[in-house]
Design a binder for this molecule. Sequence first.
Ligand code: NAD
Ligand code: LMR
Length: 337
Amino acid sequence: RLDFLQAEPIRVLITGAAGQIAYSLIYMVSSGEVFGKDQPIILHLLDIPPMTKVLEGVCMEINDCALPIVREVVATTNVAEAFKDISAAFLVGAMPRKQGMERKDLLSANVRIFKEQGQALDQHAKKDVKVLVVGNPANTNALICSKYAPSIPKENFSAMTRLDQNRGQSQIAVRCGVPITNVKNVIIWGNHSSTQYPDINHAEVITAGGDKKKVRDAVNDDAWLNDTFISTVQKRGAAVIAARGLSSAMSAAKAASDHMRDWWQGTDGRWVSMGVFSDGSYGTPAEVMYSFPVTCANKKWTIVQGLAIDDFSRQKLDSTGNELMEERGEAIAACEA
Ligand code: NAD
Ligand code: LMR
C-alpha cells in the first residue's frame, strides 16, 4: 500500500534489550501494536558490553520474525548511538529486585543509569521524544532522567504504573466474573511501590447481567475492596518474584506497550494511569513523578481533574507522595555524590 511505503520511519529505543522484559516488548513494538501497523520503525537496542552476544541472538530472532514494519535494527552498546534521533524510548535496562527487597532498594544501583541516559537524551534525541521509564524504582528514575535532560520538556517523561492498573482491573474482572474489557477507570495513585494506592472509587464495570455499575456496588464487599484488593495489587510484583524466581516480564512488556500506545495514539476519553511530573494536583507533592489518572490526545497527557477524594483515599495519596519525596532526596544526593 502506498501510504505505508511513503510513511517516514521513526527511531524507537529499547534499553535492556538483552533482558527479560525486552524479549517480549521488542516483538510487541515490532508487530505494530504500539505505533501503528502502518508506521515503519527503526529499532534501536541498547545493552551493556557483557550482553553483546545475547543481543546478537535477539537480532537474529528479530530478522527471523520477518516483521513488515521493521526497516532496520541498530543494536549497540554505545549510548550516543542508541539515543541518536530517537522519537520514543522505553528505558527498561536496570537491575531487577530479588525476593525480600523493596523496589527503592535498587535506587543506588540504578539511578546513575538514568542520570547518564538523561544526559544522552538531552544531547542526542529528538526534542519531542516520548520517554517511558520501566526500570525500578521507575518514578524516581524518570524524575532523574528528566532532571538531566533540561532541553526536553518535562511532560515528555513518564514512569510505568500501567502494570498496576492492569493488575487492578484484572482482579476486579475476575471477582465480577466479566471480561477485562468490562472494567474501566481503576486508578493507580503515586509510586510504583508497595505504597501505591489502587483506587476503585471512580471505577465502573459492566456486570455479567449487562448493567453498568460502580465497582463498589457491583462487588458489594467493602472489606475485600479496602483491604485484600489493595494489598494484592500493591504486592503483586513481589508475589510474581516469589513464584517465578524472577520479576514480571511478559506482563510488564504488555503494560509498557499499552502505556506507549495510549500516549502515542490517544485514549479516546478512557482514563489510564501514568507516572507523570506532578503539578500539585489533588494536593500531591509537586516536582515528583506521581501516578495520576490521565487521558491522552495528540501525544499529550492531561490529568483527570475534579475527582472526589475521601479521607481514606487522602491518607493513601499522602503516604505514597511522602515516599516519593524521600526517594527524590536520596536520588538527587546519589547523583550529586
Ligand atoms: P533483566 O535483568 O532481565 O534485564 C535487564 C537488562 O538491562 C539486562 O540485559 C542488563 O544487561 C541491561 N542493562 C543493565 N544496565 C544497563 C544500561 N546501563 N544500559 C542498558 N542496558 C542495561 O531485567 P528485566 O526483568 O528486564 O527488568 C528490567 C527492569 O524493569 C528492572 O529494574 C525491573 O525491576 C523493572 N520492572 C519494572 C516494572 C514496572 O512496572 N515499572 C515491571 C517489571 C520490571
Ligand atoms: C513489578 O511490579 O512486577 C515490577 O516492578 C518488578 C518488581 O520488582 O516487583
